[in-house]
Design a binder for this molecule. Structure first.
Ligand code: FMN
Length: 398
């Protein structure tokens, strides 16, 4: 499959550009607003970024059937997600360090998700803690867990999540070790910069005064949310990364899912499954759902795109558990394609973070309303009036 790098997706050259309309528009705005290191941290993937590109490009290998004269005057995009009513089949995926993109960014995104009526999932490594997000919104939100070597720390995190009313836990399993992300290496996210490189980096931060005023001055960018008490000594992102490398547990196996199942009585979703056998194992282990995901192309480069892996997994699981998918979802058509292939819902990662970086809470609200409108229009133009009516027969393949 020929991969289209996201940076060369078609541009609307010559258009009077007064307002953002798409995820690609928000990506451009985010690029202008953020220091290079931070934009690349969001935008980049692992190694040659093949999987990152395939996540987007492979959506284009599916086409939708245009069906006419079917009374589509009312279209319903709503759905139940893990017992929670949602305005559409979409969840804000967990994104670490989102609070670096805007002041208290996770809170802004959680509020936008609540206003749009979709779940927000807070990352273990968010800058805002569980308690801060709880205080900022009345809506239910989800929590994403990375396993740490010290199970006492994990147990304490789970207790905090329950104490603030989290009912759905998303356990991420595709980060046994952190993928090789060379944009971050080149930008010094892993440390080891020469004096000259440090100076150039500082100049790049200084060249983004709006970001500096918003996040660096007053955004508490170096307080690491849920992990703050554990990493109190980390004076910069590099030291935080080093702590993660040392503390996250690469020895986790399916037996740890049993332990987690016993510790967490709520809904359990396992995120980062790309193989049919692993999906069946997740169902056997008592998970209520999985996320078909390659971590947005940030982990194993050359892994298949999520949308291409989805059909095999749907076949293998045979309706036993809910299947979410993420990776490259940028449009309402992408959502319909994922549902047609058997997903219950999608998650979006970069899409909401670009909008957050560009316009804060208002940006996230706007991109969510754009996606919902596009989903509704797509359903209508394929002759459907509800997300529950989406089935494989609206798809055509290359
Ligand atoms: C900057 C960034 C940070 C991420 N941090 C986490 C994380 O902390 N936990 C997690 O489970 N997934 C994390 N992910 C993966 C997302 O949850 C999601 O799987 C991915 O972004 C989906 O692909 P998309 O960005 O193309 O929508 C991160 C992704 C990005 C882009």
């Amino acid at each position: 499959m020929a991969a289209i790098p996201t940076s060369t997706l078609p541009d609307t050259m010559g258009t009077l550009r007064l307002a953002p309309a798409t995820v690609a528009d928000y990506r451009r705005l985010a690029e202008a607003r953020l220091p290079r290191q931070l934009f690349d941290y969001i935008d980049g993937g692992a190694v040659d970024e093949r999987t990152l590109a395939a996540n987007r490009a492979d959506f284009a290998t599916f086409h939708l059937r245009q069906r006419v004269l079917r009374d589509v005057s009312t279209v319903d995009t709503s759905i139940d997600l893990c017992g929670q009513h949602a305005s559409m089949p979409l969840v804000l995926a967990p994104v670490g360090l989102a609070g670096l993109m805007r002041r208290r960014g996770e809170v802004q995104a959680a509020r936008a998700a609540a206003a749009a009526g979709v779940p927000f999932c807070l990352s273990t490594v968010g800058l805002c803690s569980l308690e801060e997000v709880r205080a900022a919104t009345n809506a239910d939100f989800w929590f994403q867990l990375y396993m740490m070597r010290d199970r006492g720390h994990v147990r304490a995190l789970l207790q905090r999540a329950r104490a603030v009313g989290v009912g759905t836990l998303v356990f991420t399993v595709d980060l046994a070790v952190v993928g090789s992300r060379y944009r971050d290496t080149r930008n010094g996210m892993g440390g080891g910069l020469s004096l000259g490189a440090r100076l150039r980096s500082a100049l790049n931060f200084a060249a983004h005064p709006r970001w500096l005023a918003d996040v660096a001055l007053g955004g508490r960018p170096l307080v690491f949310g849920n992990l703050a008490s554990l990493v109190a000594g980390a004076a910069n992102i590099q030291q935080f990364r080093a702590w993660i490398d040392a503390q996250f547990d690469p020895s986790v196996t399916w037996r740890d899912i049993e332990w987690l199942r016993a510790e967490w009585p709520g809904t359990l979703i396992i995120k980062g499954v790309l193989e049919a056998g692993d999906a069946v194992a997740a169902a056997d282990a008592g998970a209520q759902g999985i996320v078909v995901s390659n971590h947005g192309g940030r982990q194993l480069d050359s892994a298949p795109s999520s949308i291409s892996a989805l059909p095999r997994i749907v076949d293998a699981v045979r309706g036993r558990i809910d299947i979410f998918m993420d990776g490259g979802v940028h449009t309402g058509q992408d959502i319909v394609k994922a549902l047609a292939l058997g997903a219950r819902s999608v998650m979006i990662g970069r899409a909401w973070v670009y909008a957050l970086a560009a316009r804060g809470e208002a940006g996230v609200r706007h991109i969510l309303s754009q996606l919902q409108r596009e989903l509704s229009v797509t359903l209508a133009l394929t002759g459907l009036t509800s997300v529950s009516d989406v089935s494989p027969d609206i798809l055509l393949r290359d």
